[in-house]
Design a protein around this ligand. Structure first.
Ligand code: OGA
Ligand code: MN
Length: 294
């Protein structure tokens, strides 16, 4: 197994490509260690030519750590295409038909086009996400990743001091609200009530600090809401400058894994009448970001 930076000139320490691993086969303990070490360094790893099924994706994911459940999904249990161990990142219904343009599930899913970190709206958020491309549209639908460690490092000292101990409230109600999606049931409003997360967190393995931002963040504790949102917007603009971003152009059977503690990501548009079938497994962070203070 070997890992090389995808763009050694501009981003030598962010986004690596892994060769020499077959994800259909169980990993050796040494390979598991090497994947974690690669994630600590690069935060995003790309694996090409991995024609895996759901079960193989689950086996590979579980070898890296405990999974979280897909409780952030808006589809009713009887409408799901897969088990709660997988997130359905597709535009398909359970009969594999493309969702109508105005389908509530599709409109909710468009929230993925805003910069975010997975499950920051859960008290215990996500660690790694593993996204497997089963069917991709002929054009568009890239996924972009921003290095939130580099973004933190590039802040001026005064801003670093200002953000150091701030706590934000995260909710899917906030992120969807940005797009004008407010069609939540009373139960969903309770289930997705805001949770607290640190704005600056320390990575437990690498020791690096990162800005823990997401479109789900809609308030800063102790701040007036408009001032908080204006500041979070400025920080996001800073953190997503092109120099911090790797844009992944999908090929069928790519698997991309990212560390939600150190990155943000977003989906890009594509023709909504074309099939895009991606499946995500997600490792739980096991503790809140509140326990990962800088
Ligand atoms: C995700 C996600 C982006 C995409 O799977 O968590 O945000 O491009 N996906 O589908
Ligand atoms: Mn996501």
């Amino acid at each position: 197994m070997d890992i090389k930076p995808i763009d050694p000139v501009n981003r030598p320490f962010f986004a690596g490509v892994v060769t020499g691993l077959d994800l259909r086969k169980p990993l050796t303990p040494e390979e598991v260690k090497a994947v974690h070490a690669g994630m600590d360094e690069f935060a995003v790893l790309v694996f090409h030519d991995q024609p895996i099924d759901d079960e193989q994706q689950l086996v590979f994911s579980r070898a890296l750590g405990p999974l979280e459940q897909a409780t952030g999904d808006i589809a009713a249990p009887q409408d799901r295409r897969m088990s709660m161990d997988l997130n359905d990142i597709s535009n398909l219904d359970k009969n594999n038909q493309v969702l109508a343009r105005d389908d509530r599930r599709r409109l909710f899913g468009l929230g993925n086009q805003l910069w975010h970190s997975d499950s920051s709206f859960k008290e215990v958020p996500a660690k790694y996400s593993l996204l497997s491309a089963r069917t991709i549209p002929p054009a568009g639908g890239n996924t972009e990743f921003a290095d939130m460690r580099a973004a933190y490092d590039a802040l001026d000292e005064e801003t670093k001091r200002e953000v150091h101990d701030l706590i934000c409230s995260h909710s899917q109600i906030f992120s969807r609200g940005i797009l004008g999606f407010t069609d939540f049931t009373a139960e969903e409003r309770i289930k997705w009530a805001p949770v607290r997360q640190r704005l600056v967190r320390r990575h437990p393995s690498s020791g690096r600090l990162s800005l823990y931002l997401a479109s789900h963040a809609g308030a800063i504790e102790g701040w007036p809401v408009p001032e908080a949102r204006a500041f979070l917007r400025d920080l996001t603009e800073h953190a997503t400058q092109r120099k911090f971003v790797y844009a992944h152009v999908w090929k069928p059977h790519d698997l991309v894994m990212w560390d939600n503690r150190a990155t943000m990501h977003r989906a890009r548009r594509y023709d909504h009448t074309e099939v895009r079938d991606m499946r995500r497994t997600t490792l739980t962070n096991e503790v809140s970001s509140l326990e990962q203070a800088p």
